[in-house]
Design a protein around this ligand. Structure first.
Ligand SMILES: Cc1ncc(COP(=O)(O)O)c(C=O)c1O
Ligand SMILES: [Zn+2]
Length: 399
């Protein structure tokens, strides 16, 4: 509501906020800046308790001007679940799962979609297009269906079959292309030039990140307006990391949290780890990762556009980037389900897979308050589920 303008973090150009806009003319992503003074005057954190249990409880810190344009299905305010057994095994006194599986469409992509589609509706967008690994496509298809906006989605052919069915049911136009999300992005770029649609790809428009930053708001609120010590985030495009960082920085600006930020730790699959490589080599941006392949399909992003912002968030919070292989991801997925009752998606299992090494190396200490972000439900990934049920006759006795 109090969004002031859009800033390019690369060249510093300032753009007006109330226009349909993509990236800066220099090609870099644009980030929304708010009037902190007006927010402080209009909202106290005590006011939140009486508000709806969705991310729109933070509406003064979000970009939609007129509440009539909000497209919502009660997304956000997801639970923070203690993982006592797994914490004990890893020698941690406080391990919790920020669980995004109850979100509409089953993943954290609902956050960016609710805010991004609401803002697109407010600005009069009729058709939007985006490349997707599947889950963002599902979320944007759902919110576009509610908003009456046409969604055109381009997805790699070997994305999980469930995502195709979901997007089809939600009435979006879906195109399948060989290759990875970068190839889908090339098709979208051509289409938006030809038809004048909005390109809603990660960082090609400024509003999706505004939904993701509510993860940072919620973590602070759920920890009593303090930051935990470390947050482990599955990282593809990097929006989860950048969102949490932006959200917490904005809370610092309005004085709701102190100077401490959690260490942000990006977890990638060893089959596609451009961020880990760039972090280790001390580079400010990523290089294209060849032959990307992992069972955690959502984090297959060989060269994400805003990677320099993700790397900056990792450095500024004294965090790091780590890679885990598919076997470790699937073991962690099974452990979260069978030990803690949390059936997470493979992407959401990657943070747990990264923990043993982070404990061994001392990056995470025994009394650190640690949050693992599970980005979605395991129910969307029947192909990674490990189950063996025995066939029996109706008169069989079982034990
Ligand atoms: C389930 C899931 N987790 C994580 C990600 C990666 O998200 P980000 O772009 O924020 O790194 C995706 C992206 O498709 C996803 O679908
Ligand atoms: Zn610029």
């Amino acid at each position: 509501m109090f969004v002031k303008e859009l800033h390019c973090l690369r060249c510093g150009t300032v753009h007006a906020a109330d226009q349909v806009i993509q990236t800066c003319s220099c090609g870099a992503p644009l980030l929304a800046v708010y009037d902190s003074g007006q927010i402080t005057a209009a909202l106290r954190k005590e006011d939140l308790a009486a508000r709806p249990n969705s991310l729109w409880r933070y509406r003064e810190l979000l970009p939609v001007r007129d509440a009539a344009h909000i497209v919502s299905m009660n997304e956000g305010m997801t639970p923070l679940i203690p993982l006592e057994k797994l914490g004990r095994e890893l020698g941690l006194t406080d391990l919790r799962l920020k669980d995004e599986s109850p979100q509409p469409t089953g993943t954290f992509k609902a956050r960016g979609a609710s805010v991004g589609v609401s803002r697109a509706k407010e600005l009069g967008v009729r058709t939007l297009a985006m490349p997707t690994n599947g889950n963002a496509g599902g979320a944007w298809a759902a919110y576009c269906a509610r908003a009456g906006i046409r969604a055109v989605l381009v997805m790699p052919r070997n994305a999980p079959a469930m995502n195709r069915m979901e997007i089809g049911m939600l009435g979006a136009s879906l195109f399948l292309v060989g290759g990875v999300i970068t190839d889908a992005g090339t098709v979208v770029n051509r289409a938006i030039t030809e038809h004048g649609w909005l390109n809603a790809a990660t960082f090609k428009e400024p509003w999706r990140i505004e939904g993701k930053k509510t993860l940072g708001f919620e973590l602070a609120e759920q920890f009593g307006w303090e930051a935990p010590d470390a947050v482990l985030v599955p990282c593809g495009g990097g929006l989860g990391i950048i969102g949490i960082y932006k959200g917490l920085r904005e809370l610092q600006k309005i004085g709701w949290i102190g100077p401490k930020l959690p260490r942000l730790i990006a977890v990638q699959s060893a089959g596609c780890a451009p961020m880990v490589r760039a972090f280790r080599e001390g580079k400010p941006d990523v290089e294209f990762w060849e032959n990307a392949k992992t069972c955690a399909f959502g984090i297959t992003a060989p060269r994400p556009l805003g990677a320099f912002l993700t790397l900056e968030a990792l450095h500024k919070t004294n965090g790091c980037a780590v890679a885990v292989d598919d076997a470790a991801i699937l073991r962690a997925q099974k452990a979260l389900a069978a030990r803690e009752g949390c059936h997470v998606c493979p992407e959401g299992a990657a943070p747990l897979a990264a923990l043993p090494e982070l404990r061994r190396s001392g990056i995470i200490g025994p009394r650190d308050r640690v949050v693992l972000l599970n980005t979605g439900t395991g129910l969307k990934y029947p192909e990674t589920a490990d189950y063996k049920a025995r066939e029996i006759a109706p008169d069989a006795s079982i034990a």
